[in-house]
Design a protein around this ligand. Structure first.
Ligand SMILES: Nc1ncnc2c1ncn2[C@@H]1O[C@H](COP(=O)(O)OP(=O)(O)OP(=O)(O)O)[C@@H](O)[C@H]1O
Ligand SMILES: [Mg+2]
Length: 328
């Protein structure tokens, strides 16, 4: 990977959440490192509570107030986002990086028409007005396949369906031609047909705008559809990372294997939403020493209880953190 190819590089990111008492510290993200190339789509997959959203929010620097990045670097076009001022971050979020949240209603203000909400970033960041603004808005509505844009733009969020709202959020997210788009479970709130349409849309936008995309998902079907590579997270860490085919065909970490085994039969590349796997994820405020998956792992050996496994490379661009991988 030449450095010019890399848009985003996250190095040893640690995001902790401090409890009200000041004693309980939840290690939501605990030493995450990865690089994202220009034009690449990377999936983040893992059970609920594994730190996927916290990783995304850390990159955007829109963490809830109790959460704080306590270590690491986030390099975007080579510049560390963690040293940027709030004003610089606002500008970057307007112009270069944007995020689609799981619930479109959270991103939209119920008191304003969708038109005024779409216009806002175009006015603020691109300084568009008058005919140029109107033209750009129509163009964006057509990019996200919304018919009769003039009528739609006058509506309020509650007058639209979930699928339509997610398209509006998509239009806002790409309005200023960002280089990075992060989509956090972008289709979870949608019914299956609308989900498929939204994935088509994401693919089209990505390819036409040469976007780099991070997709957070529970769903291997979504990952298979969109991603070049995926990283599998468990208890705030990456446990396996590799090209999507490699992960499907030669998963190496027992957690990845368990996740793949939990996809309902016959839906390998279909709507592979995960069923739960046996056991409970650990309390991120009281992590055991060693590998946090050890208590649930079918291949556990004594060493797993003692030492956290480092990253073992198993193929080009494919690595897993597991002592059994080192032994094989
Ligand atoms: N606002 C918050 N206050 C306190 N703890 C939080 C908050 N948000 C998340 N956490 C904790 O941080 C950890 C990681 O959460 P995160 O939301 O990143 O998980 P996730 O992988 O996105 O899960 P999901 O698939 O359910 O969205 C969890 O233990 C969660 O309980
Ligand atoms: Mg989440």
């Amino acid at each position: 990977m030449g450095n010019g190819d890399i848009l985003l590089q996250v190095k040893d990111l640690k995001t902790y959440i401090h409890g009200r008492d000041g004693l309980r510290v939840t290690k939501a993200v605990d030493g995450v490192s990865f690089a994202l190339r220009r034009g690449e789509t990377l999936g983040i997959i893992g059970e609920s509570g594994s730190g996927k959203t916290m990783t995304a929010l850390s990159i955007m620097r829109i963490l809830p107030s109790a959460a704080r990045v306590v270590g690491g670097e986030i390099l975007f076009n080579g510049e560390n986002l963690l040293t940027k001022s709030a004003a610089e971050m606002r500008r970057l979020r307007g112009e270069k990086m944007s995020m689609i949240l799981q619930d479109p209603m959270v991103s939209l203000d119920p008191l304003f028409t969708v038109g005024s909400q779409l216009a806002e970033p175009l006015r603020t960041h691109l300084r568009l007005g008058g005919a140029a603004l109107a033209h750009r808005m129509t163009e964006l509505m057509s990019a996200v396949s919304i018919p009769s844009p003039q009528q739609r733009l006058k509506q309020y969020p509650h007058q639209m369906s979930g699928g339509m709202l997610q398209r509006i959020v998509g239009a806002i997210a790409i309005s200023c031609d960002p280089q990075l788009l992060i989509a956090d479970e972008p289709t979870t709130a949608l019914d299956p047909t609308v989900q498929a349409q939204f994935l088509d849309l994401l693919e089209t936008l990505r390819d036409s705008k040469h976007l780099s995309v991070i997709v957070v998902t529970h769903d291997f079907g979504v990952a298979a559809r969109l991603c070049d590579r995926v990283m599998v997270m468990y208890a705030g860490r990456i446990v396996e990372m590799g090209p999507i085919r490699e992960i499907f065909e030669h998963p190496r970490h027992p957690y990845t294997k368990a996740l793949l085994a939990s996809i309902p039969d016959g839906t390998e590349f279909g709507t592979g939403r995960l069923k739960s796997i046996e056991g409970q994820p650990p309390d991120l405020a009281a992590l055991p020493p060693g590998c946090p998956f050890a208590p649930r792992c079918p291949s556990v050996v004594p060493r797993c209880q003692r030492d956290y496994p480092p990253e073992f490379r198993v193929a080009t661009e494919h690595a897993a953190n597991c002592w059994q991988v080192s032994a094989s």
